[in-house]
Design a binder for this molecule. Structure first.
Ligand code: ADP
Length: 668
């Protein structure tokens, strides 16, 4: 076994690999860019080596620097994690030449699978079922249109070098093929430096189901069941689970056998994933093979009880798999939710900034439930524009699916993140979604269930009652605390916390009077549709407030914004003012401030780079016409006119960095 391993990655996956190494008694070396000098993975590792400036292209992606760091520290092997150099054949060759072990598959397997066109051909040869379409790169628009016609609409245009959902477009007609070809190529060139694209059938209402494989160097290749990853936005996964609620044992065995056959065909070694899309009739088609550990591997670990990183290390050290296919048992159900720094209210655009406050959920009370948090950050960490905006992976495991989902819901409610936008409320509303709970999934789930984007979960009257009662209690406790502070002005009203008090909760223009009655360490709140009993020991200024409401444990999110109180639960967020009855009567007489009219402006929906501006001052535009292209996180976003109009003034030019909501142009 190795004595020392270098981890050529950052963030949560670097931390996760370090944990397994520690358990195995292996010393660890972290590498880091300037931005990551004090990052969690650096602090967890036994040693750390600085490898350059913040942009990944000058640090995490520089092969020579990683090899020099391994040499300098005497690391015998390198674990690449995912992303960065994990699927780069040149990296593996350079490590081989330096006599350092790569903890992953042989270079041939990586090269074969790294290209979608080559891997699709290989899969077909290994008798793995593939998506119908044309197996070669398309040269020009004319042949693209011909292939699309032959394949039959709708089609998918895909970058051969693609990954992370980039360089991929659905086309439902010839015009969309033309535009899709252009934008997929542009994205492929800027993201992968390779503009080859190919065309295949777009499978309607598909599920994304993938098989985890594990192969040693002694001829054993087996699979560890499936993960369902159908909950995606921009073709990228956000919620995953194992097993899939869709597969029956027969389909699982058939998919498993094809995945193993494909792995064997390329002499695979280490952990890998064969991805399939599955249609409504359980026909499955090979998508691609990822020759590395996947982001969502924890759900497989929780249902199989195996540590995949440990097996990658053991296999790289030449060990044999100590179990066979029949020993692999799937126990219970696991769900993973990816907590991202992004703004679900703005089409999931990445958000950057500091984690001003950060609290992870505690251990569950139910002994049959596991909550696992794989995270690479802590309070004060910066989510920067340089890297992937994932904050953490929250994973729950329970004996059955609904219990795992409920545990996820509770853990999300108890997750406190402040300082940046994040998707916790969105994830919580997926957990309560009846279609998700019924397991009726497809990759269109988010677009179909949130057709206008995520505007915050809709509040049921019951949830509103809970939030309003909690707001009244918080104000009551705050008033009680204020009354104990010395040095109050003469004539300030007295407040006795142990006596009942009346409050008016203002939700927008709506007034909801409530009476708070302290009773034996708890509160009864009357005045709503029914009386609620709420017990809470939580501290007044904490981000999350654990409560017991009518005997049921519930965690609320709490934020103060000036005089306003913002409360959240199960994806629902409300902002209220809690006033004394007198103040409420006076507030009703205050003039209402009209919000400014911004509809004449084209605002940047995200922080990014203005790549092109297609219109000029004085130009007439029609609704739907392209106005500008903004690049953010290597994705091209086309901004279009919402209605007909005339461009009055241009406020930003190509090449300019845009802040979110910055005006790009103004209409007459
Ligand atoms: P990437 O390497 O960028 O992740 P994949 O080929 O793995 O790309 O596809 C990512 C996602 O895109 C899939 O999970 C699926 O939702 C969707 N997708 C890809 N190909 C097709 C197709 N032919 N039909 C329908 N959906 C597809």
């Amino acid at each position: 076994m190795f004595n020392k391993i270098l981890i050529a990655n950052r963030g949560e996956i670097a931390c996760r690999i370090i944990k397994t190494c520690k358990r195995m008694g292996i010393a660890t070396v972290a590498v880091h860019s300037d931005a990551d000098a004090t990052a969690l993975h650096v602090r967890l590792a036994d040693e750390a080596v600085a490898i350059g400036p913040s942009p990944a292209a000058q640090s995490y992606l520089v092969i020579d620097k990683i090899i020099a760091a391994a040499r300098q520290t005497g690391a015998e092997a390198v674990h690449p994690g995912f992303g960065f150099l994990s699927e780069n054949p040149k990296f593996v060759e350079a490590l081989d030449a330096a006599g350092i072990v790569f903890i992953g598959p042989p270079v041939r397997a990586i090269s074969a699978m790294g290209d979608k066109i080559t891997s699709k051909k290989l899969a077909a040869e290994a008798r793995v079922s593939t998506v119908p379409g044309h197996p070669d790169a398309v040269d020009d628009e004319a042949s693209a249109l011909k292939i699309a016609d032959e394949t039959g609409y709708p089609v998918m245009i895909k970058a051969s070098a693609g990954g992370g959902g980039k360089g991929m477009r659905i086309a439902r007609n010839a015009a969309e093929v033309r535009e899709g070809l252009r934008s997929a190529r542009n994205e492929a060139r800027s993201s992968f430096g390779d503009e080859r694209v190919f065309i295949e059938k777009y499978i309607e209402q598909p599920r994304h189901i993938e098989i985890q494989v594990l192969a040693d160097a002694h001829g054993t290749t087996l699979h560890l069941g499936e993960r369902e990853c159908s909950i995606q936005r921009r073709h990228q996964k956000v919620v995953e689970e194992a097993p899939s609620p869709f597969l029956d044992p027969k389909t699982r065995a058939a998919m498993g056998a094809q995945a193993v056959a494909l792995a064997a065909a390329v002499d695979y070694r280490s952990a890998g994933t064969v991805e399939f899309i599955v249609d409504r009739n359980k026909n499955f088609y090979f998508l691609e093979m990822n020759t590395r550990i996947q982001v969502e591997h924890p759900v497989t670990e929780l249902v199989t009880g195996l540590d995949l990183v440990e097996w990658m290390i053991r296999i790289a050290a030449g060990e044999k798999l100590s179990f066979g296919q029949k020993d692999v048992k799937l126990n219970g159900w696991a769900v993973e939710a990816r907590v991202y720094a992004e703004d679900p209210l703005r089409d999931f655009m990445p958000s950057i900034g500091r984690l001003v406050r950060y609290r992870t959920p505690g251990s569950p009370e139910d002994a049959a439930v596991t909550v696992r948090i794989d995270s690479g950050v802590d309070e004060g960490s910066e989510i920067s524009m340089f890297y992937d905006p994932m904050i953490a992976k929250l994973v729950t495991h329970a004996p059955d699916r609904l219990r795992a989902i409920d545990a996820m819901q509770a853990a999300l409610d108890a997750y406190g993140i402040r300082g940046i936008n994040h998707n916790i409320a969105f994830l919580a509303s997926v957990m309560t979604n009846p279609r998700f709970r019924a397991g009726d999934l497809s990759t269109n789930f988010i677009t179909e269930e949130f057709p206008d984007g995520f505007q915050g979960a809709e509040a049921s009257e019951e949830t509103l009652e809970i939030l309003i009662a909690a707001a009244a209690i918080l104000q009551h406790r705050r008033a009680a605390q204020a009354a104990t502070i010395s040095g109050r002005m003469d004539g300030a009203p007295e407040f006795d916390a142990d006596k009942p008090a009346d409050w008016v909760v203002m939700l927008g223009q709506e007034l909801r009077p409530r009476r708070v009655v302290p009773a034996d360490g708890a509160y009864r709140v009357g005045g709503g549709s029914r009386e609620l009993s709420i017990e809470t020991e939580g501290r007044l200024h904490d981000l999350v407030l654990p409560c017991c409401i009518d005997g049921r444990p519930v965690t609320l999110q709490v934020d103060r914004r000036g005089p306003a109180l913002r409360l959240g639960y199960a994806g629902v967020e409300i902002e209220v003012l809690v006033l004394t009855p007198l103040a409420a009567a006076l507030a009703a007489r205050m003039p209402v401030k009209e919000p400014p009219d911004l509809s004449r402006f084209l605002l940047s929906p995200m922080p990014g780079l203005l790549m092109t501006l297609v219109v000029e001052e004085g130009q007439l535009v029609k609704a739907g016409e392209e106005l500008a292209v903004v690049e953010a996180m290597k994705m091209e976003n086309v901004l279009r006119a919402e209605r007909d109009g005339k461009v009055a003034k241009i406020h930003a030019g190509p090449g300019e960095s845009l802040a979110v909501d910055q005006a790009i142009l103004e209409f007459e």
